[in-house]
Design a protein around this ligand. Structure first.
Ligand code: URA
Length: 469
């Protein structure tokens, strides 16, 4: 019997190296033993020496991706299963992976699916907590079903590139220092903070956006299995929210019809929770937002940027391609045009707080291009509390809406940009506001009329030079 001892049983490179050696030496699947997880990493000796008798076959991309996923599964027989598949393909069973009813293929696909599901859950349910005494470092505790930390960690490095974080699990840890991703031994639950100041913010947000009329506990449990609840700040609220959903729906029905609320409400006399947490807490909470599906294909949430107490807040629609990649608002073509106009008017961009109604990039992939898609009302509604928190923290004197989406979100859905742009309004919170065209609309305008639209855009923004100090 040929015994293979794997140091990292989920590592595809390591498994492939051993599988290739065994295959080239003609070791049949029944004559190979893959050392189990419990023993991995503890061995000093290498595998039994093998003599190559044939060359290694090429394997398809599809099989490579199957190998990478299946190795992350906890099934102790997965190494042997993959080797059997490899062996059978090398023995001439072409198109094996297409035979979905083949027991080996079927089992491998099952394992692959389960690992993919676990990846998705980890991306959705990891929650970072601030490290006490270190305002810029965050730790999350998570218990994945499979060995997926190495596989999913690069996703978190891209998504939370701007902060230092660690994800601890019982078998493996991953950390990011702002430039490098590290992977190492597992940890204990107690090594991670259990609560932090941002939890309060997250809970306030969750309780606000929870819609009792749309509650479907069965679907909810399917999507957010109860085993993940213990790590989710919002989960503590769920039993109560579910218990009170019926009476709340009834109360809503009895209150109807009710005049729709069209404006961002007045700033409450009492400070909202966001103000206690400040901008860093809000930024973290927005970065972890899973309220609508836009978070998933996007690279990261793009929070507003600028002084916490800016006098002027500029609200755009949603991040574009470059904003999504850099994590900063208005840095792409529309942002460059906006900067040029600000320069021409003598307005310093650094003094403005610039944000968007929707914090994730909504796009459609066309080949290599990611094409902007307008956010839907449900995306705007899901994101609305974040804008409210930004308004509550920054407390600007003036709000400028760029484009119809921002105008409708801030000034009400009846607002008509073509008729009402460049006209001062007063929000119910007392701030003065006006809307103008979106700079991206100027860029999209046919050449013949672009100049006129640009002049109008400049004229509207020139209102900012007249606000009394
Ligand atoms: N368009 C927007 O509305 N916001 C950005 O951040 C970039 C482009």
């Amino acid at each position: 019997m040929h015994t293979v001892r794997l140091e990292l049983p989920w590592d595809a490179d390591e498994w492939r190296k051993h599988a290739r050696e065994a295959l080239c030496a003609g070791v049949v699947p029944e004559a190979i033993s893959w050392a189990g997880e419990a023993q991995s990493g503890l061995f000093s000796g290498g595998p039994n020496p093998l003599t190559p008798v044939r060359t290694a076959p090429r394997v398809s991309r599809e099989f490579l991706s199957l190998i990478e996923a299946v190795l992350c599964h906890r099934d102790p027989h997965r190494h042997g299963l993959l080797y059997r598949l490899l062996w059978r393909m090398a023995e001439g069973e072409g198109g094996l992976l297409e035979r979905a009813t083949d027991p080996d293929v079927h089992r491998a696909r099952e394992l692959e699916k389960s690992v993919r599901r676990d990846n998705h859950k980890m991306k959705a349910f990891v929650r970072f907590r601030e490290v006490p005494g270190d305002t810029d470092a965050f730790v999350a505790w998570f218990e994945p079903q499979h060995y997926i930390v190495d596989r999913v960690a690069p996703f978190f490095a891209r998504r939370f590139a701007g902060m230092r974080w660690a994800i601890l699990t019982p078998y493996r840890s991953a950390w990011w220092d702002g430039t490098r991703l590290g992977l190492g031994a597992g940890a204990n639950r107690d090594d991670a903070p259990t609560d932090d100041a941002n939890e309060g913010l997250w809970r306030v947000y969750y309780a606000n956006i929870f819609n009792p009329a749309r509650l479907n506990p069965r679907m909810m449990r399917q999507e957010m299995a109860q085993k993940y609840w213990k790590h989710l700040p919002e989960a503590h609220l769920l039993p109560d929210l579910i218990r009170t959903a019926g009476p709340r729906v009834q109360a809503m029905a009895e209150r109807m019809p009710q005049a729709p609320r069209r404006k961002i409400p007045a700033q409450p006399a009492q400070q909202p929770a966001a103000d206690h947490q400040g901008m860093p807490g809000l930024k973290l909470a927005v970065g972890q937002c899973r309220r609508c599906p836009l978070w998933e294909p996007a690279t990261q949430a793009v929070m507003g940027e600028g002084p916490d107490r800016a006098r002027i807040m500029v609200v755009g629609e949603q991040p574009g391609d470059e904003e999504d990649l850099t994590g900063r608002p208005f840095v792409g073509p529309a942002g460059k045009l906006f900067n040029r106009v600000l320069d021409a008017l003598g307005i310093d961009r650094e003094t403005l707080y610039i944000t968007n109604v929707v914090k994730h990039f909504n796009f459609q992939q066309r080949g290599k291009l990611r094409m902007h898609v307008n956010p839907l009302a449900r995306h705007v509604n899901a994101c609305r509390p974040w804008l409210k928190h930004e308004l509550a923290i920054v407390r600007p004197d003036v709000v400028v809406c760029l484009g119809a989406t921002a105008a409708r979100a801030v000034l009400g859905t009846r607002f008509r940009l073509t008729d009402e742009r460049g006209q001062w309004r007063t929000l119910s919170g007392g701030q003065r506001a006006f809307a103008t065209v979106h700079p991206a609309a100027v860029l999209r305008e046919p050449v013949a009329t672009r100049e006129a639209l640009l002049r109008g855009f400049e004229r509207d923004l020139a209102l900012l030079n007249d606000i009394p100090s």
